[in-house]
Structure formats: C-alpha cells, structure tokens
Write a protein that binds this ligand. Structure first.
Ligand SMILES: NC(=O)c1ccc[n+]([C@@H]2O[C@H](COP(=O)([O-])OP(=O)(O)OC[C@H]3O[C@@H](n4cnc5c(N)ncnc54)[C@H](OP(=O)(O)O)[C@@H]3O)[C@@H](O)[C@H]2O)c1
Length: 259
C-alpha cells in the first residue's frame, strides 16, 4: 500500500532507540523527511546512520531533552511546521507509590503528559492551516490495563489520553488526526528495565522473568518494535483521515476485554 506521505516532514521524539526509532524507520522508508531525537549524541548519531540506510528522504538528528522547553525548541528549530508529530519520551521508573514524592510525580507528568501537549500546541495550528496533520502519541497499554508498579506511568499517560480525547474532536474537521498507540511488552531496552524490576521483586533471574513474560502473552512472545513502527506509519498515512481520537492497544492480545 502506498501511504502517500512521501516528502512530508515528521518530528519523531525520543527516537534514537526502541519504539521511537522503529517509527522513524517506518516513516523514512515511506519517503518522509524525519527529524529524530535523543539526549545521547553518540546513540543518536548511530540511529541517524541506521535510518539513512533505508530512507528515501532526509534524516536529521537533534540532540535534545524533549522534556525541557529548551529541548522542544531545539527539536522544532529545523521545522516548526511538521506534517507529522510522533510524541514519545522515556517512561517513569516502577516502584511503590509510597516512595514517590511531588517531584517524582511532576517529572512523570511533565515527561508523559505535558511534553506531548506542549509539542501539539506548537504544531497543530499549522497542520490545521495546511488541512493535513497526523499526530501519534506513544503511550502504554497500562492506560487501559494499569500495572500497579507503574503507577507514575498509569497516572501521567491517562491524563494525556483524557486531554487528547477532547482535542482530537476539535481538530478533525481540518484534516488533523490524533491517535494513541498503547504498546504492551516490546523487545527494547525499556522492557529490560521493567523485567529486571519484576525479576528482583519475584527473586528470579531476568532471563527467567523474560521467559515468563513471553509465556504469559497470548502470542507467546514480546513485540518486535518494527511491528509498532509500521502501525505508526499507517496512522500517519493519507488513508486514516477518518480515524481519530482512538487508542490502539498493540500487545499480542494481552488485554482480555472483548472491546
Ligand atoms: N518497550 C515496551 O515494552 C513499552 C511498553 C509500554 C510503554 N512503553 C513506553 O514507550 C516509550 C518508549 O519506550 P522504549 O521501549 O522505546 O524505550 P527505550 O528503548 O529505552 O528508548 C527510549 C528512547 O527515548 C530516548 N529518550 C528518553 N528520554 C528522552 C528525553 N527526555 N528526551 C529525548 N529523548 C529521550 C532515548 O534516548 P536517550 O536516552 O539518549 O535520550 C531512547 O532513544 C517509553 O515511554 C516507554 O515507557 C514501552
């Protein structure tokens, strides 16, 4: 299928590794100019090289902390009027809510709720003027099925999802769609961190925890980031103009509900 987005420009936040990088790769393969981002310059340079190998358009890396106003301005500097915005950031640490003070809650809400909202605020009006815009927020399956130890993530991402539910309906008539991708477990560095914490709590090795995690999933495996990247590219295509305000769980069937 031709996604018909070649020569459009995408900002993909937090994309030097993992799910963000997979989204950037899938978009770059479709001929989208991609602006990719991370805080570590070396990791980002490697990601740019990797994406350039499959890209048919321009790939640019911006070293920036997306959770700061300075970082967001740096990311918007190469293109303040992107056609596509993929919001992503590092996830908050797991733990017990009794350990989290106001500062930790502020950090989680800033990274996983306010940062995407600020980037949408900076870009959505120009998308509406052009009559085309695609915004995808990478959140988590925990928005729909909370994991108690990921309370910071459950709370902050649910806040973003609630806000987007209203905003998506305000911009739909102007050709702009906003959707959420809610990943279950995908094979990335972040997954290793969450598996490590669960392994420690259960008193087993991380390898044992990984085996257990795969067995617990109806698909018998963890997700491949490429699968999420391709979904993201489809959501950014011209074919999804009537699909907005939705939250798509990609978890190998873990979420047990009928709807
Ligand atoms: N993988 C899963 O199974 C899974 C499941 C549900 C939800 N999620 C969520 O999806 C998001 C991505 O996860 P992932 O698995 O792809 O993580 P990952 O493999 O650890 O990659 C995270 C990426 O984000 C960048 N990053 C982190 N904080 C940043 C910041 N403040 N500013 C700019 N870039 C930043 C990292 O680069 P630098 O460190 O160099 O900045 C890296 O490129 C996270 O919020 C995670 O909680 C993941």
């Amino acid at each position: 299928m031709d996604l018909q987005i070649s020569n459009k420009t995408a900002i993909v936040c937090a994309s030097s590794k993992g799910l963000g990088k997979a989204c950037a790769i899938a978009l770059a393969k479709e001929g989208v100019n991609v602006i990719v981002n991370g805080r570590n310059a070396d990791t980002l340079a490697l990601a740019v090289q990797e994406i350039e190998k499959v890209a048919t358009a321009n790939v640019q890396g911006v070293v920036a902390d997306i959770t700061t106003e300075e970082g967001r301005q740096a990311l918007l500097a190469p293109c303040s009027t992107p056609d596509i915005l993929v919001n992503n950031a590092g996830g908050p640490p797991p733990g017990d809510f009794r350990e989290w003070d106001v500062e930790q809650w502020n950090q989680a809400v800033n990274a996983n709720m306010l940062t995407p909202i600020m980037l949408i605020k900076a870009t959505v009006d120009s998308m509406m003027e052009k009559g085309f815009g695609r915004i995808v927020n990478i959140t988590s399956a925990t928005v729909k099925a909370p994991i108690p130890s990921l309370g910071l993530s459950n709370g902050a991402r649910a806040g973003l999802t609630g806000f987007i539910a209203g905003l998506a309906r305000q911009v739909a008539s102007r050709g702009v769609t906003i959707n959420g991708i809610l990943p279950g477990p995908f094979e990335t560095d972040r997954l290793k961190t969450t598996m490590e914490s669960r392994a420690n709590a259960a008193g087993i090795s991380i390898e044992e925890q990984m085996v257990k995690g795969r067995q617990l999933n109806p698909s018998g495996r963890f997700g491949d980031p490429q699968e999420l990247g391709e979904l993201c590219a489809f959501l950014c295509s011209v074919h999804t103009g009537y699909l907005t305000g939705q939250n798509i769980v990609v978890d190998g069937g873990s979420y047990p509900g009928t709807l």
